[in-house]
Each structure stands twice: as structure tokens, then as C-alpha cells.
Design a binder for this molecule. Structure first.
Ligand code: 4NP
Length: 148
């Protein structure tokens, strides 16, 4: 799961998918990263932590890291939150195989629409709840795919 800072959207997606993977008993490695290095080593944004906790999915133990080229080797699927993340991740792809791993997260729940999970960082509390709900819907679809 990849966003810009790895402190709002992608840790929420990481935590929620991890929780669903465990509850479904699936053997899937889940992680998240940011395309930028501003927040490396930091816990998720307090507002995202609070929303996550209120939804029963605490993410305070996660720490931000930057996306690295070796993530293309480590993961089969790489989900980005918005077009800017997609451009940044694709700029690191070494070949078509790397490129083929990159998907917009919301294309799981809204196929072929290239909808974005909006960056909640500069907005109000509702933005964090909206992010949670979008990610919840998309990761439910992903869990169904993984179960098959
Ligand atoms: P994220 O949100 O990409 O969902 O983690 C942001 C976090 C920090 C910044 C921007 C977006 N920032 O500019 O510091």
C-alpha cells in the first residue's frame, strides 16, 4: 500500500488489510510505504490513528518508510492511492513486469475508474473517515480475490 507520506492513507490500508488477512487466516505479506521521505520513522498521523482506533483497527505501531525499488521484488501487487503516487512508483519501475504490479487501490471497488483516495492531510476530520470507508470497501474486494 503506497501513498505520499506513509502516515495517513497507506498505513490505514496496511493496518486494515493486515487485520482482514489475519481474521481470514490468509498467508499474505502486507506492508506500506510512502513515495516521499518526509516522515520516515514516524508513526501515523494522530488524526488517522484516532479514526483507525475508533473503527477497531489500531495502527499506532506502524512506522513510515519510503518506497524502494526492491519492493517490486518483494511484492506481487502494489496499490497506490492516487495518480501522483502511481506516477512516482512507475518512475522507479525497471521493466514491464514491475509496471504491471502497480494498481490504483480504488480500482478494486470501482474497476477501471482510476478513482483516488484523497489526501486527508490538510483537511478536516471527515476526510479521515472518508479515507477509512474507501479503503475498507476496496480491501474487502481484495480479500475476496485473495480467498479465491
Ligand atoms: P499520506 O498523507 O500521503 O496519506 O500519508 C500525507 C502526509 C504528509 C504530507 C502529505 C500527505 N506532507 O506533505 O507532509
Amino acid at each position: 500500500m503506497v501513498c505520499l507520506g506513509n502516515i495517513c492513507r497507506s498505513p490505514m490500508a496496511d493496518g486494515l488489510l493486515r487485520k482482514k488477512v489475519v481474521s481470514e487466516g490468509l498467508d499474505v505479506e502486507v506492508d506500506s510505504a510512502g513515495t516521499a521521505a518526509y516522515h520516515v520513522g514516524n508513526p501515523p498521523d494522530k488524526r488517522m490513528q484516532a479514526t483507525a482506533k475508533s473503527m477497531g483497527c489500531p495502527i499506532d505501531m506502524l512506522r513510515a518508510r519510503q518506497f524502494v525499488v526492491s519492493d517490486f521484488d518483494r511484492f506481487d501487487r502494489i496499490f497506490v492511492m492516487d495518480e501522483s503516487n502511481r506516477t512516482n512508483v512507475l518512475s522507479l519501475a525497471r521493466d514491464e513486469k514491475d509496471e504491471s504490479k502497480v494498481e490504483m487501490l480504488l480500482n478494486l471497488s470501482h474497476p477501471n475508474q482510476d478513482l483516488e483516495v484523497p489526501d486527508p492531510y490538510y483537511g478536516g476530520d471527515q476526510g479521515f473517515i472518508d479515507v477509512y470507508n474507501m479503503i475498507d470497501e476496496a480491501t474487502d474486494v481484495l480479500i475476496d480475490q485473495l480467498k479465491k
